[in-house]
Write a protein that binds this ligand. Structure first.
Ligand code: AMP
Length: 281
């Protein structure tokens, strides 16, 4: 497994592949890879070559967030990439991505105004900026993002359309632990008790999904039921639970079209997100 630390190395390798007419997939990650990331790499194996970026992007973290403590282990990530069939890891230092006088950002209004965009000011500006850089560095044919970060997927799709990146964005399903908890690098922060408590997030969302299957279309009622279930768990504290249009991320009152039910919940000090999409015409 080749690990490139510089932009120049990636450009050289990818340009050789392109000369051979090979297609290239990109899987952007912050590392500490798990089966969720590996599922994206496996999706990307539909391309001739797959690049995985491993970069804990400082500019998408707020001042009181977990940038410093975010888990990092490139050796472990390398094995996970090999297992899943990636061809190249791009693991730059922050200084390779951001010059000291770095001053250009990609920003958005609309899909970033709600959910995590509202609760984590500047987060999506950081995400859009780093993903734009990765697109320019790797020049992939396709890029793979998890439905786990549903708002991020909607934001990236909008950015690619608006800025004419000419890259196909592929969304991949959420990979879960056996008890339903969505896999996340941040799950490593949880104590044993918190880990047990965290299952309330996926359980409550599943109960909400079942209400819709039984015919409920009032998003306020569904959100109230999800909220009550989460509030019954003493270690959980809700950051938000909302129903929004899955593409525009605008709040909705009725389940009609593709509706994203998204939750952000603190379990102890760890902020976890999860969601489901309901489709009804
Ligand atoms: P991260 O390293 O957390 O920034 O995630 C990198 C990519 O992996 C993003 O596109 C995430 O949506 C995706 N991802 C993270 N966790 C999961 C999961 N449990 N299932 C599917 N995709 C995931």
């Amino acid at each position: 497994m080749k690990i490139a630390k510089t932009i120049k190395e990636v450009r050289e390798i990818v340009s050789e592949w392109k000369k051979l007419g090979l297609s290239v997939g990109l899987v952007p990650t912050m590392g500490y890879l798990h089966e969720g990331h590996q599922s994206l790499i496996r999706c990307s194996n539909e391309n001739d070559r797959t690049v995985v970026s491993v970069f804990v992007n400082p500019i998408q973290f707020g001042p009181n967030e977990d940038f410093a403590s975010y888990p990092r282990d490139l050796e472990r990530d390398t094995k996970k990439c090999e297992e899943a069939g990636a061809d190249l890891i791009f693991a730059p230092e922050a200084s390779e991505m951001y010059a000291e006088d770095f001053s250009s950002f990609v920003d958005m209004t609309g899909p970033t105004d709600e959910l995590c965009g509202l609760r984590r000011p500047g987060h999506f500006r950081g995400v859009c900026t780093v993903v734009s850089k990765l697109f320019n560095i790797v020049t992939p044919d396709r890029a793979y993002f998890g439905q786990k970060d549903a708002q991020q997927l909607a934001v990236i799709r909008r950015m690619v359309r608006d800025l004419s990146f000419g890259i196909e964005i592929v969304g991949c399903p959420i990979v879960r632990e056996e008890d339903g908890l969505a896999k996340s690098s941040r799950n490593t922060y949880l104590s044993a008790d918190e880990r047990k408590a965290a299952v309330v997030i996926s359980k409550s969302l599943k109960a909400g999904q079942e209400m819709i299957e039984k015919g409920e279309t009032d998003t306020a009622k569904i959100i109230a039921s999800i909220t009550a279930m989460i509030e019954s768990e003493p270690l959980a504290k809700i950051d938000y639970i909302k129903a929004v249009d899955a593409d525009s991320i605008e709040p909705v009152d009725t389940v009609s079209g593709r509706i994203l039910f998204a939750a952000a919940v603190y379990i102890g000090k760890t902020r976890l997100i999860d969601n489901f999409i309901a489709e009804r015409n």
